[in-house]
Design a protein around this ligand. Structure first.
Ligand code: PLP
Length: 365
């Protein structure tokens, strides 16, 4: 009996009648692009994030690209990104033609700090993109202060952190723009691709919406050279249903995480550290081990699936060969890539399964 890393179909099975009804409603409505379902989800999601604006877009990568474009960031500008993120954060910066300036994360937290950003800032720095990796917010206040003092922007990559809290407030409106992915495996996942940008700034909201819809507010009038990246109404309808369950699902993830944190004490593993400012939503539960690969193999043999997020940092990917980075350039990201292991985690993992994972790890370490 294998314990899956994530049962991505479980949410649909739990809510099948509601979701099927929502999908049928879109099919029957005749609105297949934009329209009332997308607007309703945008309202719901903005409320959930305690902000004034949410703009549905095609996916999480586009959310980042559109945010950079909305701020007018492009060639000649520098953007600070974590060295240990999913490659999308980097790709967004290269897509707009700006220069990627990587900084190492705090190793225990997997997120970047204002101190390390300060060290790489130049007169060309226009923005910092902190990533709330694994569902745990970066320390935002010092980053926001640094940005304010230097007239630069904060774009949050919240693709893994729907519903996470920073100093008792839900994330979504701390930075100038916050970017979301609704990729199926995320805490709030669609049945396909989807994304959003949230903000409290009406001008930026307008700008993102314009750029995402062919640069057009009025049909066949194009103020700017935009793109086509819109949230699909079918996905919006599905997301509206799922959003009502997100808080409960995140609570179930917290229960599993508490169980792991207790049950894995005293093993030869580095457990996730939660700073006092953070209320993580445990998109992933990531442990570290010097013998990560052997450990993963032993877990598989015991019927426990695990995954690695991520096995190769962006600077060593073929995609960035042209930047001529080499091994040793970002030692923290490289060490993390060798040591991290993500345990089964999700709202549909039972507490009994979590106990089995703990058991397997106790026998495998
Ligand atoms: C998933 C993810 C993205 C990209 O989202 P897509 O919807 O797959 O384009 C961006 N950043 C991070 C940190 C992610 O985990």
């Amino acid at each position: 009996m294998t314990i899956p890393f994530l049962d991505v179909g479980a949410a649909y099975r739990e809510l099948k009648p509601e979701i099927d009804k929502a999908v049928a409603r879109v099919m029957d409505s005749g609105w297949y692009i934009q329209g009332p379902e997308v607007e309703a989800f945008e309202d719901d999601f903005a409320k959930f994030c305690n902000v004034t604006h949410a703009i549905g877009v095609g996916n999480g990568l586009d959310a980042l690209v559109l945010s950079l474009r909305a701020l007018g960031i492009g060639a000649g500008d520098e953007v600070i990104v974590p060295s240990n993120t999913y490659i999308a954060t980097w790709l967004a910066v290269s897509q707009v033609g700006a220069t990627i300036v990587p900084v190492e994360p705090e190793i225990a937290l997997h997120t970047i700090s204002a101190e390390s950003c300060m060290k790489v800032m130049t007169s060309k720095t226009r923005a910092i993109i902190p990533v709330h990796l694994y569902g745990q917010p970066a320390d935002l206040n010092p980053l926001l202060q640094l940005a304010r003092e230097n007239g630069i922007f904060i774009i949050e990559d919240a693709a893994q952190a729907h519903g996470a809290g920073y100093r008792s407030e839900v994330i979504g409106g701390f930075g100038d723009l916050t970017c979301w992915s609704f990729y199926p495996g995320k805490n709030l996942g669609a049945l396909g691709d989807g994304g959003a940008v949230t903000t409290r700034n009406p001008d930026l909201a307008k700008r993102v919406r314009l750029l995402s819809n062919y640069g057009s507010e009025k049909k066949y009038m194009h103020e700017v050279a935009g793109t086509n990246s819109r949230l699909d109404p079918v996905q919006a309808a599905v997301l509206r249903v799922k959003l009502r369950h997100l808080a409960g699902w995140n609570e179930r993830r917290r229960t599993i995480a508490r169980r792991y944190l207790e049950g894995l004490q005293g093993l030869d593993l580095v457990l996730p550290e939660v700073p006092q400012w953070a209320d993580p939503v445990w998109h992933l539960f990531v442990v570290r081990s010097k013998e990560r690969d052997a450990l993963a193999t032993r877990l598989t043999a015991k019927g426990v699936q695990s995954l690695i997020h991520y096995p190769l940092p962006p600077h060593l990917q073929g995609a960035y060969a042209a930047l001529s980075y080499s091994e040793g350039d970002f030692p923290v990201a490289e060490q993390l890539a060798k040591e991290v292991l993500s345990l089964p985690m999700g709202p549909h993992l039972t507490e009994q399964q979590a106990s089995q994972v703990i058991d397997a790890l106790r026998r495998a370490t």
